[in-house]
Design a protein around this ligand. Structure first.
Ligand SMILES: [Cu+2]
Length: 393
C-alpha cells in the first residue's frame, strides 16, 4: 500500500509539473507540419498513416496483454495451462507484420523516389553552407548573395527582449516563385551542414566536395523558416534559413531588381571616401554579422581556437597585412577568406572597426579603395600562380 501511495504521489508531482510548464510548450507543435509542397504533403500523409497503423498495433498488443493479465490472473487460474507452440499462430504473427511492412514500404518508396526526382525544374539554386551562413546562387539568373543571421547582438546577449523570430531571421532571405519546380544543389565550403526547411519536406546534408539535390514546388505564398540541422561548430545555432515564396510576377520583379542592384553594387563609387564614424557604424554591423561568432562581440575571441582581436598583433600592425589576412583567410584555421563574401566597403569598415575598438586605438581609417588595391594585387598573384602551374603541367 505504501508503494502504491508513493507511486500516486510521484504521479501527482509529474502531472502538476506538466500543467505548470504547459504554457511554455504552447508555442511548439508536437507533430510534423503538413508543409506547403506536394512532397511535404506526401511525407506528412505517410507519417500519419504509419502513426495510425502503430496506434492500431499498440491497441491490439496491449489489449491482448491486458486481457491475459486480467482474465488469466492467479486468483482466477491458479493452475497454469501446459500448452506450448502453435504453428498456425506463429506463422500468422510472422506474416501480419511482414504485410504491414510491405503496406508501408510501397508508398514510402514512391515518395522517396519522387523526392529525388529533380528533373524538369524551372529554377536552379545552388545552396552552400559556410561556418555560419548560407550562400545562394541562382545559376541561370546570375544572382548570388550570402544570407546571415540578422537577430541583433543585444537580443542574443539577453540585453533586449527577444523578437518574434529570434534566431530565425536573416538579412537576405532566399526568394522563390510559387507554382514552379525549384531545384536546389546543396553543398558546403568548410564542414558538414544540413539545409532544413520543414515546410518544404527538405532536409539535405551539405557536404564539402559533394553536391546533393533536393527540390520544392511551393503552393502557397509566404515566409518559411528553417535551420542548419547538422552540428557544424560554435555558430551552428546562428545560421537560420528564411525562404520567401512569392507569386511568379513578384519573382520576376525581384530578379530584375536584384540584377540591376548587382550591376550597381559592382560599379558603386569605388573611390568614395568614407568618414570615420560612417566606417565604424557600418563596421560594427559587419563585424557582428561576420566576425563576432568566433572573435566575440567584445573582441575577446575564444582562445586558442579563435584569437582575441583586442591587442592582437595583426590588428595593431600594418593595415595592409590585416587587409591581406582578412581577404585571403588563414589556411588550416577557422579563419575563412572573406574576399568573396564581403565587398570592399564592408571590408574597409570592418577592418577600421577592429583597429579602433576593443582598446585597439590605432586611429587608422581604412578606405574601400585600399582594400580594392590589395584585392587586385592578390588576384593577379593567384592568376600568375595558376598560369605557371598550367604551363608546368
Ligand atoms: Cu551548419
Amino acid at each position: 500500500m505504501t508503494l502504491l501511495k508513493k507511486i500516486a504521489a510521484r504521479l501527482m508531482v509529474f502531472v502538476s509539473l506538466l500543467l505548470v510548464s504547459w504554457h511554455a510548450c504552447a508555442d511548439y507543435q508536437l507533430n510534423m507540419t503538413p508543409g506547403v509542397t506536394s512532397v511535404s504533403h506526401d511525407v506528412y500523409l505517410l507519417h500519419m498513416t504509419a502513426f495510425y497503423i502503430s496506434l492500431v498495433i499498440c491497441a491490439v498488443v496491449f489489449g491482448v496483454m491486458f486481457y491475459a493479465i486480467i482474465m488469466h490472473r492467479k486468483s482466477r487460474h491458479p493452475v497454469a495451462s501446459k500448452f506450448d507452440q502453435h504453428l498456425g499462430l506463429e506463422i500468422t504473427w510472422a506474416i501480419i507484420p511482414l504485410l504491414i511492412l510491405i503496406i508501408i514500404a510501397i508508398p514510402a518508396t514512391i515518395v522517396v523516389h519522387r523526392m529525388n526526382d529533380t528533373r524538369n525544374s524551372e529554377l536552379v539554386i545552388k545552396v552552400t553552407g559556410y561556418q555560419w551562413k548560407w550562400r545562394y546562387e541562382y545559376l541561370n539568373q546570375g544572382i548570388s548573395f550570402y544570407s546571415n543571421l540578422s537577430t541583433p547582438m543585444n537580443q542574443r546577449a539577453n540585453l533586449e527582449p527577444k523578437g518574434e523570430h529570434y534566431l530565425l531571421e536573416v538579412d537576405n532571405p532566399l526568394v522563390i516563385p510559387v507554382g514552379e519546380k525549384v531545384r536546389f544543389l546543396i553543398t558546403a565550403n568548410d564542414v558538414i551542414h544540413s539545409w532544413w526547411v520543414p515546410a518544404f519536406g527538405v532536409k539535405t546534408d551539405a557536404i564539402p566536395g559533394f553536391i546533393h539535390e533536393a527540390w520544392a514546388e511551393v503552393d502557397t505564398v509566404g515566409t518559411y523558416r528553417g535551420q542548419c540541422a547538422e552540428l557544424c561548430g560554435a555558430g551552428h545555432g546562428f545560421m537560420p534559413i528564411v525562404v520567401i515564396a512569392v507569386s511568379k510576377a513578384d519573382f520576376a520583379k525581384w530578379v530584375a531588381k536584384m540584377t540591376v542592384g548587382h550591376v550597381n553594387a559592382e560599379s558603386m563609387l569605388p573611390n568614395k571616401i568614407w568618414s570615420k564614424s560612417e566606417l565604424l557604424q557600418k563596421g560594427r554591423q559587419a563585424y557582428n554579422q561576420n566576425c563576432a561568432g568566433c572573435h566575440q562581440t567584445e573582441g575577446t575571441g575564444l582562445p586558442p581556437l579563435y584569437p582575441a582581436l583586442s591587442g592582437d598583433k595583426v590588428v595593431l600592425g600594418a593595415a595592409d597585412s590585416e587587409i591581406k589576412l582578412v581577404l585571403s583567410g588563414v589556411s588550416g584555421t577557422g579563419m575563412p577568406p572573406f574576399a568573396e563574401q564581403l565587398s570592399d566597403d564592408e571590408l574597409a569598415s570592418v577592418i577600421t572597426y577592429t583597429r579602433n575598438e576593443f582598446g585597439n586605438n590605432t586611429h587608422d581609417i581604412i578606405q574601400p579603395y585600399q582594400v580594392a588595391k590589395i584585392r587586385e594585387a592578390l588576384l593577379t598573384t593567384t592568376n600568375t600562380a595558376k598560369n605557371s602551374l598550367e604551363v608546368n603541367a
